[in-house]
Design a protein around this ligand. Structure first.
Ligand SMILES: C[S@@+](CC[C@H](N)C(=O)[O-])C[C@H]1O[C@@H](n2cnc3c(N)ncnc32)[C@H](O)[C@@H]1O
Ligand code: SF4
Length: 434
Protein backbone atom coordinates (compact mmCIF):
# COMPACT_ATOMS: atom_id res chain seq x y z
CA UNK A 1 0.00 0.00 0.00
CA UNK A 2 1.30 3.47 -0.83
CA UNK A 3 2.13 5.82 2.01
CA UNK A 4 0.81 9.30 2.31
CA UNK A 5 3.20 11.71 0.66
CA UNK A 6 2.68 14.26 3.37
CA UNK A 7 3.26 11.93 6.30
CA UNK A 8 5.77 13.64 8.60
CA UNK A 9 9.16 12.01 8.55
CA UNK A 10 9.94 10.07 11.73
CA UNK A 11 13.66 9.61 11.27
CA UNK A 12 16.21 11.89 12.79
CA UNK A 13 19.76 11.62 11.65
CA UNK A 14 23.06 13.41 11.57
CA UNK A 15 23.20 14.29 7.88
CA UNK A 16 23.41 17.96 7.12
CA UNK A 17 21.37 19.63 4.41
CA UNK A 18 24.44 20.08 2.18
CA UNK A 19 24.06 16.52 0.92
CA UNK A 20 20.36 17.03 0.24
CA UNK A 21 20.93 19.36 -2.69
CA UNK A 22 21.32 16.82 -5.46
CA UNK A 23 18.37 14.68 -6.37
CA UNK A 24 17.21 12.22 -9.07
CA UNK A 25 13.67 10.94 -9.52
CA UNK A 26 13.32 7.66 -11.48
CA UNK A 27 10.01 6.69 -13.11
CA UNK A 28 9.85 3.63 -15.36
CA UNK A 29 8.02 2.61 -18.52
CA UNK A 30 7.53 -1.02 -17.49
CA UNK A 31 6.36 -2.57 -20.76
CA UNK A 32 8.23 -4.55 -23.41
CA UNK A 33 7.24 -6.18 -26.69
CA UNK A 34 8.75 -9.50 -25.72
CA UNK A 35 10.69 -11.02 -22.83
CA UNK A 36 14.41 -11.18 -23.63
CA UNK A 37 15.91 -14.49 -22.56
CA UNK A 38 18.39 -12.95 -20.09
CA UNK A 39 16.37 -10.12 -18.55
CA UNK A 40 14.92 -10.05 -15.03
CA UNK A 41 14.01 -6.40 -14.96
CA UNK A 42 10.58 -5.43 -13.70
CA UNK A 43 8.86 -5.56 -17.07
CA UNK A 44 5.50 -6.68 -18.41
CA UNK A 45 4.33 -7.83 -21.83
CA UNK A 46 0.87 -6.28 -21.98
CA UNK A 47 -2.04 -7.22 -24.25
CA UNK A 48 -2.85 -3.55 -24.47
CA UNK A 49 -1.49 -0.57 -22.57
CA UNK A 50 -3.80 2.06 -21.13
CA UNK A 51 -1.36 4.72 -22.10
CA UNK A 52 -3.49 7.70 -21.09
CA UNK A 53 -3.86 6.28 -17.57
CA UNK A 54 -0.17 5.42 -17.34
CA UNK A 55 0.79 8.90 -18.57
CA UNK A 56 -1.47 10.59 -16.07
CA UNK A 57 -0.04 8.47 -13.21
CA UNK A 58 3.58 9.12 -14.22
CA UNK A 59 2.83 12.83 -14.31
CA UNK A 60 1.07 12.70 -10.93
CA UNK A 61 3.81 10.71 -9.23
CA UNK A 62 6.59 12.87 -10.70
CA UNK A 63 4.81 15.97 -9.37
CA UNK A 64 4.24 14.44 -5.93
CA UNK A 65 7.80 13.25 -5.46
CA UNK A 66 9.30 16.47 -6.81
CA UNK A 67 7.19 18.41 -4.35
CA UNK A 68 8.29 16.10 -1.53
CA UNK A 69 11.93 16.50 -2.50
CA UNK A 70 11.76 20.27 -2.58
CA UNK A 71 13.86 20.34 -5.77
CA UNK A 72 13.70 23.66 -7.57
CA UNK A 73 15.86 22.94 -10.60
CA UNK A 74 16.46 19.71 -12.46
CA UNK A 75 19.61 18.97 -14.38
CA UNK A 76 18.92 15.64 -16.07
CA UNK A 77 16.11 13.23 -16.78
CA UNK A 78 16.48 9.57 -17.75
CA UNK A 79 13.60 7.56 -19.22
CA UNK A 80 14.30 3.88 -18.57
CA UNK A 81 12.44 0.63 -18.31
CA UNK A 82 11.32 -1.78 -19.58
CA UNK A 83 11.25 -0.26 -23.03
CA UNK A 84 10.42 3.45 -22.77
CA UNK A 85 10.81 3.87 -26.54
CA UNK A 86 7.46 1.99 -26.73
CA UNK A 87 5.79 4.90 -24.95
CA UNK A 88 4.32 7.66 -27.09
CA UNK A 89 6.40 10.77 -27.55
CA UNK A 90 3.41 12.66 -26.14
CA UNK A 91 3.80 10.73 -22.86
CA UNK A 92 7.45 11.70 -22.69
CA UNK A 93 6.51 15.31 -23.42
CA UNK A 94 3.81 15.29 -20.72
CA UNK A 95 6.22 14.02 -18.07
CA UNK A 96 8.87 16.57 -19.05
CA UNK A 97 6.30 19.34 -18.91
CA UNK A 98 5.22 18.21 -15.45
CA UNK A 99 8.83 18.14 -14.29
CA UNK A 100 9.39 21.62 -15.65
CA UNK A 101 6.28 22.91 -13.93
CA UNK A 102 6.92 21.19 -10.61
CA UNK A 103 10.52 22.36 -10.50
CA UNK A 104 12.46 23.81 -13.41
CA UNK A 105 13.97 21.88 -16.30
CA UNK A 106 16.50 24.11 -18.08
CA UNK A 107 16.80 23.74 -21.86
CA UNK A 108 20.34 22.36 -21.59
CA UNK A 109 19.41 19.52 -19.18
CA UNK A 110 20.45 16.03 -20.24
CA UNK A 111 17.26 14.14 -21.15
CA UNK A 112 17.95 10.51 -22.08
CA UNK A 113 15.65 7.82 -23.46
CA UNK A 114 16.52 4.12 -23.49
CA UNK A 115 15.62 2.84 -26.93
CA UNK A 116 15.23 -0.67 -28.20
CA UNK A 117 16.07 -0.77 -31.96
CA UNK A 118 12.77 -2.22 -33.21
CA UNK A 119 10.62 0.21 -31.28
CA UNK A 120 12.57 3.24 -32.44
CA UNK A 121 12.61 3.82 -36.19
CA UNK A 122 13.79 7.22 -37.44
CA UNK A 123 10.41 8.97 -37.43
CA UNK A 124 9.74 7.98 -33.81
CA UNK A 125 13.21 9.07 -32.77
CA UNK A 126 12.59 12.46 -34.35
CA UNK A 127 9.27 12.68 -32.48
CA UNK A 128 11.06 11.88 -29.21
CA UNK A 129 13.51 14.67 -30.05
CA UNK A 130 10.60 17.06 -30.54
CA UNK A 131 9.19 15.87 -27.18
CA UNK A 132 12.39 16.96 -25.42
CA UNK A 133 14.73 13.97 -25.59
CA UNK A 134 18.31 15.00 -26.37
CA UNK A 135 20.26 11.82 -25.63
CA UNK A 136 19.64 8.18 -26.55
CA UNK A 137 20.85 4.93 -25.02
CA UNK A 138 20.36 2.11 -27.52
CA UNK A 139 20.17 -1.54 -26.44
CA UNK A 140 22.19 -2.98 -29.28
CA UNK A 141 23.54 -5.95 -27.22
CA UNK A 142 25.34 -7.75 -30.10
CA UNK A 143 26.19 -7.42 -33.78
CA UNK A 144 25.74 -11.13 -34.38
CA UNK A 145 22.26 -12.26 -35.47
CA UNK A 146 22.64 -15.73 -33.92
CA UNK A 147 23.52 -14.15 -30.57
CA UNK A 148 20.63 -11.71 -30.87
CA UNK A 149 18.29 -14.68 -31.37
CA UNK A 150 19.78 -16.44 -28.37
CA UNK A 151 19.12 -13.30 -26.34
CA UNK A 152 15.51 -13.24 -27.56
CA UNK A 153 15.91 -9.80 -29.11
CA UNK A 154 13.35 -8.60 -31.61
CA UNK A 155 15.94 -6.92 -33.84
CA UNK A 156 18.75 -7.96 -36.13
CA UNK A 157 22.25 -6.50 -36.20
CA UNK A 158 21.38 -4.49 -39.29
CA UNK A 159 18.22 -3.09 -37.57
CA UNK A 160 20.42 -2.01 -34.68
CA UNK A 161 22.99 -0.33 -36.93
CA UNK A 162 20.23 1.45 -38.85
CA UNK A 163 18.73 2.75 -35.60
CA UNK A 164 22.18 3.82 -34.47
CA UNK A 165 22.79 5.74 -37.71
CA UNK A 166 19.39 7.48 -37.43
CA UNK A 167 20.04 8.27 -33.80
CA UNK A 168 23.43 9.82 -34.56
CA UNK A 169 21.93 11.92 -37.33
CA UNK A 170 19.27 13.26 -34.94
CA UNK A 171 21.31 13.43 -31.71
CA UNK A 172 24.94 13.90 -32.81
CA UNK A 173 27.45 13.28 -30.01
CA UNK A 174 24.68 12.15 -27.65
CA UNK A 175 24.09 8.49 -28.49
CA UNK A 176 25.17 5.60 -26.29
CA UNK A 177 25.06 1.87 -27.10
CA UNK A 178 24.94 -1.18 -24.81
CA UNK A 179 27.04 -4.15 -25.89
CA UNK A 180 26.93 -7.42 -23.94
CA UNK A 181 29.79 -9.85 -23.39
CA UNK A 182 30.27 -13.25 -21.81
CA UNK A 183 27.35 -14.97 -23.55
CA UNK A 184 27.17 -18.78 -23.63
CA UNK A 185 29.62 -20.13 -26.22
CA UNK A 186 30.81 -16.64 -27.13
CA UNK A 187 34.48 -16.54 -28.16
CA UNK A 188 36.99 -13.76 -27.64
CA UNK A 189 38.05 -13.22 -31.28
CA UNK A 190 34.56 -12.85 -32.81
CA UNK A 191 33.46 -10.62 -29.93
CA UNK A 192 36.45 -8.34 -30.46
CA UNK A 193 35.54 -8.21 -34.15
CA UNK A 194 32.06 -7.04 -33.14
CA UNK A 195 33.60 -4.36 -30.99
CA UNK A 196 35.82 -3.19 -33.86
CA UNK A 197 32.82 -3.17 -36.17
CA UNK A 198 30.86 -1.17 -33.62
CA UNK A 199 33.66 1.39 -33.48
CA UNK A 200 33.04 2.03 -37.16
CA UNK A 201 29.44 3.01 -36.39
CA UNK A 202 29.19 4.23 -32.81
CA UNK A 203 29.07 7.67 -31.32
CA UNK A 204 30.92 8.82 -28.19
CA UNK A 205 29.52 6.53 -25.49
CA UNK A 206 29.59 2.73 -25.06
CA UNK A 207 28.50 0.54 -22.15
CA UNK A 208 29.93 -2.98 -21.94
CA UNK A 209 27.82 -5.35 -19.86
CA UNK A 210 28.88 -8.83 -18.88
CA UNK A 211 25.91 -11.19 -18.99
CA UNK A 212 24.52 -11.97 -15.56
CA UNK A 213 22.68 -15.27 -15.66
CA UNK A 214 19.58 -14.29 -13.71
CA UNK A 215 17.51 -16.90 -11.93
CA UNK A 216 14.04 -17.15 -13.46
CA UNK A 217 15.15 -16.21 -16.96
CA UNK A 218 14.96 -18.59 -19.90
CA UNK A 219 18.71 -18.37 -20.43
CA UNK A 220 19.30 -19.45 -16.83
CA UNK A 221 17.00 -22.46 -17.29
CA UNK A 222 18.67 -23.47 -20.55
CA UNK A 223 22.10 -23.36 -18.93
CA UNK A 224 20.85 -25.30 -15.91
CA UNK A 225 19.34 -27.99 -18.11
CA UNK A 226 22.56 -28.22 -20.08
CA UNK A 227 20.98 -27.23 -23.39
CA UNK A 228 23.36 -24.25 -23.45
CA UNK A 229 26.92 -24.12 -22.12
CA UNK A 230 27.50 -21.96 -19.06
CA UNK A 231 29.31 -18.74 -19.93
CA UNK A 232 33.04 -19.05 -19.27
CA UNK A 233 34.08 -16.38 -16.73
CA UNK A 234 37.71 -16.52 -17.86
CA UNK A 235 36.73 -15.76 -21.45
CA UNK A 236 34.46 -12.97 -20.24
CA UNK A 237 37.34 -11.49 -18.23
CA UNK A 238 39.55 -11.57 -21.33
CA UNK A 239 36.83 -9.90 -23.39
CA UNK A 240 36.54 -7.19 -20.80
CA UNK A 241 40.28 -6.58 -20.52
CA UNK A 242 40.87 -6.58 -24.26
CA UNK A 243 37.72 -4.59 -24.92
CA UNK A 244 38.90 -1.86 -22.53
CA UNK A 245 42.19 -1.72 -24.36
CA UNK A 246 40.49 -1.44 -27.77
CA UNK A 247 38.28 1.35 -26.48
CA UNK A 248 41.18 3.13 -24.81
CA UNK A 249 43.09 3.09 -28.09
CA UNK A 250 40.01 4.48 -29.83
CA UNK A 251 40.11 7.48 -27.46
CA UNK A 252 37.49 6.39 -24.93
CA UNK A 253 37.92 7.12 -21.24
CA UNK A 254 36.73 4.32 -18.97
CA UNK A 255 35.01 6.53 -16.46
CA UNK A 256 33.20 3.69 -14.73
CA UNK A 257 33.50 -0.10 -14.61
CA UNK A 258 31.08 -0.60 -17.53
CA UNK A 259 31.06 2.83 -19.13
CA UNK A 260 33.30 4.44 -21.72
CA UNK A 261 33.09 7.92 -23.22
CA UNK A 262 35.10 10.13 -25.52
CA UNK A 263 34.90 13.83 -26.26
CA UNK A 264 33.57 14.33 -22.73
CA UNK A 265 30.29 12.51 -23.50
CA UNK A 266 29.90 11.09 -19.97
CA UNK A 267 26.40 10.33 -18.80
CA UNK A 268 25.43 13.06 -16.36
CA UNK A 269 22.68 11.11 -14.65
CA UNK A 270 24.76 7.97 -14.15
CA UNK A 271 27.69 9.99 -12.91
CA UNK A 272 25.46 11.48 -10.28
CA UNK A 273 24.43 7.98 -9.17
CA UNK A 274 28.05 7.08 -8.64
CA UNK A 275 28.59 10.30 -6.75
CA UNK A 276 25.75 9.25 -4.43
CA UNK A 277 23.51 12.08 -5.48
CA UNK A 278 19.83 11.84 -4.67
CA UNK A 279 17.24 10.56 -7.09
CA UNK A 280 13.50 10.10 -7.28
CA UNK A 281 12.05 6.85 -8.61
CA UNK A 282 8.83 7.38 -10.54
CA UNK A 283 6.81 4.52 -12.02
CA UNK A 284 6.27 0.83 -11.28
CA UNK A 285 9.22 -0.73 -9.48
CA UNK A 286 11.29 2.47 -9.52
CA UNK A 287 13.79 3.07 -6.75
CA UNK A 288 14.64 6.42 -5.26
CA UNK A 289 16.88 7.90 -2.63
CA UNK A 290 16.32 11.36 -1.25
CA UNK A 291 15.84 13.47 1.83
CA UNK A 292 12.19 14.53 1.99
CA UNK A 293 11.66 18.24 2.31
CA UNK A 294 11.08 19.46 5.80
CA UNK A 295 12.90 16.48 7.25
CA UNK A 296 15.43 18.92 8.79
CA UNK A 297 18.47 16.81 9.62
CA UNK A 298 16.65 13.57 8.83
CA UNK A 299 18.46 10.94 6.82
CA UNK A 300 18.05 10.02 3.26
CA UNK A 301 15.32 7.50 2.54
CA UNK A 302 15.38 4.58 0.15
CA UNK A 303 11.98 4.47 -1.55
CA UNK A 304 10.66 1.63 -3.65
CA UNK A 305 7.57 2.06 -5.79
CA UNK A 306 4.99 -0.73 -6.18
CA UNK A 307 6.14 -3.22 -8.79
CA UNK A 308 3.02 -4.24 -10.65
CA UNK A 309 1.76 -1.51 -13.02
CA UNK A 310 -2.01 -1.86 -12.35
CA UNK A 311 -1.55 -1.84 -8.57
CA UNK A 312 0.91 1.02 -8.86
CA UNK A 313 -1.63 3.04 -10.88
CA UNK A 314 -4.37 2.41 -8.30
CA UNK A 315 -2.07 3.67 -5.55
CA UNK A 316 -1.02 6.74 -7.51
CA UNK A 317 -4.69 7.57 -8.10
CA UNK A 318 -5.42 7.18 -4.39
CA UNK A 319 -2.35 8.68 -2.77
CA UNK A 320 -0.60 10.70 -5.49
CA UNK A 321 2.27 8.21 -5.47
CA UNK A 322 2.82 4.47 -5.34
CA UNK A 323 5.61 4.25 -2.78
CA UNK A 324 5.52 0.70 -1.38
CA UNK A 325 8.46 0.93 0.97
CA UNK A 326 10.42 3.66 2.74
CA UNK A 327 13.63 2.75 4.49
CA UNK A 328 15.64 5.37 6.36
CA UNK A 329 19.31 5.20 5.51
CA UNK A 330 21.68 5.76 8.39
CA UNK A 331 24.91 7.65 8.03
CA UNK A 332 26.99 4.48 7.98
CA UNK A 333 24.91 3.03 5.15
CA UNK A 334 25.29 6.24 3.18
CA UNK A 335 29.06 6.25 3.67
CA UNK A 336 29.21 2.62 2.56
CA UNK A 337 27.42 3.66 -0.61
CA UNK A 338 29.75 6.58 -1.14
CA UNK A 339 32.63 4.09 -1.06
CA UNK A 340 31.01 1.38 -3.16
CA UNK A 341 29.77 3.80 -5.81
CA UNK A 342 32.90 5.93 -5.90
CA UNK A 343 35.16 2.92 -6.35
CA UNK A 344 33.28 2.09 -9.54
CA UNK A 345 34.58 5.28 -11.12
CA UNK A 346 38.03 6.18 -12.42
CA UNK A 347 38.14 9.16 -10.05
CA UNK A 348 37.58 7.02 -6.99
CA UNK A 349 36.68 8.94 -3.85
CA UNK A 350 38.42 12.23 -3.48
CA UNK A 351 38.91 13.86 -0.14
CA UNK A 352 36.52 16.67 -1.10
CA UNK A 353 33.85 14.22 -2.18
CA UNK A 354 34.20 12.26 1.06
CA UNK A 355 33.95 15.47 3.08
CA UNK A 356 30.57 16.27 1.55
CA UNK A 357 29.23 13.24 3.41
CA UNK A 358 31.58 13.05 6.39
CA UNK A 359 33.04 16.33 7.54
CA UNK A 360 34.53 15.16 10.85
CA UNK A 361 36.77 12.25 9.89
CA UNK A 362 39.05 12.25 6.86
CA UNK A 363 39.67 9.25 4.62
CA UNK A 364 43.06 8.85 6.28
CA UNK A 365 41.51 8.87 9.73
CA UNK A 366 38.92 6.28 8.76
CA UNK A 367 41.07 3.98 6.63
CA UNK A 368 44.72 4.84 7.32
CA UNK A 369 45.20 2.25 10.04
CA UNK A 370 42.80 -0.43 8.82
CA UNK A 371 44.52 -3.78 8.33
CA UNK A 372 42.14 -4.69 5.52
CA UNK A 373 42.90 -1.47 3.68
CA UNK A 374 46.63 -1.99 4.26
CA UNK A 375 46.37 -5.46 2.71
CA UNK A 376 44.55 -4.04 -0.33
CA UNK A 377 47.15 -1.29 -0.65
CA UNK A 378 49.92 -3.91 -0.55
CA UNK A 379 48.19 -5.92 -3.27
CA UNK A 380 47.89 -2.79 -5.38
CA UNK A 381 44.10 -3.06 -5.40
CA UNK A 382 43.58 0.26 -3.66
CA UNK A 383 45.41 3.53 -3.42
CA UNK A 384 45.15 5.94 -0.53
CA UNK A 385 47.24 9.01 -1.17
CA UNK A 386 47.51 12.75 -1.11
CA UNK A 387 47.58 13.53 -4.79
CA UNK A 388 45.12 15.82 -6.50
CA UNK A 389 42.69 14.52 -9.09
CA UNK A 390 44.64 16.04 -11.98
CA UNK A 391 47.57 13.80 -11.13
CA UNK A 392 45.23 10.79 -11.24
CA UNK A 393 44.39 11.37 -14.88
CA UNK A 394 41.06 13.20 -14.57
CA UNK A 395 40.35 16.90 -14.78
CA UNK A 396 42.02 18.61 -11.83
CA UNK A 397 39.21 19.98 -9.73
CA UNK A 398 40.78 19.36 -6.36
CA UNK A 399 43.34 21.33 -4.45
CA UNK A 400 46.82 19.96 -3.86
CA UNK A 401 47.06 17.86 -0.75
CA UNK A 402 43.68 16.19 -1.24
CA UNK A 403 43.38 12.59 -0.16
CA UNK A 404 42.01 10.08 -2.56
CA UNK A 405 41.09 6.47 -2.35
CA UNK A 406 40.61 5.06 -5.77
CA UNK A 407 40.71 1.73 -7.52
CA UNK A 408 43.33 1.02 -10.12
CA UNK A 409 40.71 0.26 -12.73
CA UNK A 410 43.30 0.38 -15.48
CA UNK A 411 45.06 -2.63 -14.00
CA UNK A 412 42.55 -4.69 -12.15
CA UNK A 413 39.49 -6.23 -13.66
CA UNK A 414 36.20 -5.42 -11.98
CA UNK A 415 33.13 -7.16 -13.21
CA UNK A 416 31.34 -4.97 -15.77
CA UNK A 417 27.81 -5.30 -14.49
CA UNK A 418 24.90 -3.16 -15.58
CA UNK A 419 23.86 -2.64 -11.99
CA UNK A 420 23.92 0.87 -10.73
CA UNK A 421 22.55 2.00 -7.42
CA UNK A 422 19.04 2.32 -8.78
CA UNK A 423 19.16 -0.44 -11.32
CA UNK A 424 19.15 0.65 -14.91
CA UNK A 425 16.46 2.91 -16.18
CA UNK A 426 13.88 5.18 -14.76
CA UNK A 427 13.73 8.92 -15.04
CA UNK A 428 16.54 10.55 -13.22
CA UNK A 429 16.34 14.18 -12.37
CA UNK A 430 19.29 15.93 -10.90
CA UNK A 431 19.00 19.23 -9.19
CA UNK A 432 21.89 21.49 -9.96
CA UNK A 433 23.97 22.97 -7.17
CA UNK A 434 23.10 26.52 -8.26
C1 LIG B 1 16.81 -1.65 -18.91
S1 LIG B 1 17.85 -2.62 -19.85
C2 LIG B 1 17.22 -2.48 -21.46
C3 LIG B 1 16.74 -1.31 -22.14
C4 LIG B 1 15.91 -1.67 -23.35
N1 LIG B 1 14.70 -2.28 -22.90
C5 LIG B 1 16.63 -2.66 -24.24
O1 LIG B 1 16.48 -3.85 -24.03
O2 LIG B 1 17.32 -2.21 -25.15
C6 LIG B 1 19.40 -1.80 -20.00
C7 LIG B 1 20.55 -2.71 -20.38
O3 LIG B 1 20.82 -3.64 -19.37
C8 LIG B 1 21.54 -4.72 -19.93
N2 LIG B 1 21.07 -5.96 -19.31
C9 LIG B 1 19.80 -6.33 -19.06
N3 LIG B 1 19.79 -7.55 -18.48
C10 LIG B 1 21.08 -7.97 -18.38
C11 LIG B 1 21.72 -9.14 -17.86
N4 LIG B 1 21.01 -10.15 -17.37
N5 LIG B 1 23.06 -9.20 -17.91
C12 LIG B 1 23.79 -8.18 -18.40
N6 LIG B 1 23.24 -7.05 -18.91
C13 LIG B 1 21.91 -6.95 -18.90
C14 LIG B 1 21.30 -4.70 -21.43
O4 LIG B 1 22.51 -4.44 -22.10
C15 LIG B 1 20.33 -3.56 -21.59
O5 LIG B 1 20.55 -2.84 -22.77
S1 SF4 C 1 16.24 -6.35 -22.08
FE1 SF4 C 1 14.98 -4.58 -22.47
S2 SF4 C 1 13.51 -5.22 -24.05
FE2 SF4 C 1 14.40 -7.07 -23.22
S3 SF4 C 1 12.91 -7.72 -21.66
FE3 SF4 C 1 14.55 -6.53 -20.64
S4 SF4 C 1 13.81 -4.46 -20.55
FE4 SF4 C 1 12.55 -5.57 -22.07
Amino acid sequence: MGMCATEPCKWLGPLGSHVARLIHPCPQWPYCEKRCSYCNFNKYIPRGVEEAAMRSCLVTEARTLLRLSGVRRVESVFFGGGTPSLASPSTVAAVLEAVDQASHLPADSEVTLEANPTSAPGARLAAFGAAGINRLSIGLQSLDDTELQLLGRTHSASDALQTLAEARRLFPGRVSVDLMLGLPAQKLGPWLQQLHELLGHCDDHISLYQLTLERGTSLFTQVQRGTLPAPDPEVAAEMYQEGREVLREAGFRQYEVSNFARNGALSTHNWTYWQCGQYLGVGPGAHGRFVPQGAGGHPREARIQTLEPDNWMKEVMLFGHGTRKRVPLGKLELLEEVLAMGLRTDMGITHQHWQRFESQLSLWEVFGSSQEVKALLMQGLLLLDRRCVGELGGACQESQGALAVYPQTQEKCKRPTRRGPAGAGGFILVESEN
